[in-house]
Design a protein around this ligand. Sequence first.
Ligand code: GS8
Length: 221
Amino acid sequence: MASEKGVKLLNFWVSPFGQRAQIALAEKGVKYEYTEENLMDKSELLLKSNPIHKKIPVLIDDGKPVCESLIIVEYIDEKWAGKASFLPSDPYARAQARFWADFIDKKVFDCGSRIWKLKGEALEEAKKEMIGILKLLEGELGDKEYFGGEAFGFVDIVMVPFTAWFYTYETFAGFQIEETNPKLVAWAKRCMERESVAKTLPDPKKVYEFVGFMRKRFGIE
Ligand code: GS8
């Protein structure tokens, strides 16, 4: 494996984690081989590249695997350092960006999954929590163009894939993110103007269909 040349990405199209890697690679203009994994029947390459978690995304650079999306995005930033950096140069600003990336990582996917998996009071709680999470993110965004200021960067890459899930969250929880969190929706639209994001993010209706399929699999109806 170590002798293989080039960059590969093991992915699954709807994964917001995988999309972070896709956007980061596109921003840096890196050519790579894309492999769509069947997560019900994982490839030998995935199992040997990420033996600990057995999850996508995995970036394989000249045969060397890098796992975990936040680590992959930072790796891409450092490896292809010639293009504009995703992280600011000031150590404190870098720490802040990493704090928000970690916040998004710990909160959004989990709360979003509760929205499409749960019902009744638990669903109401998840909905309130999601609005609160998005409000905190809006507070951090403030009146800036992007989370890091004028340039699209690390926190944007980490968060923007979840915007393709907003329609799913809205439909299952019965709310409009444009009404509860308008600044965040405006930011999402700005991000979508970038080719790296527009080419990567799936159609929100397709995400919703996928979630419908998952709900059937979990016996939720
Ligand atoms: C999460 C990756 C993940 O959940 C990261 O890369 O940031 N912390 C990791 N990958 C999922 C698909 S998206 O929900 C996955 O590969 N699941 C397969 C499995 O759990 O068997």
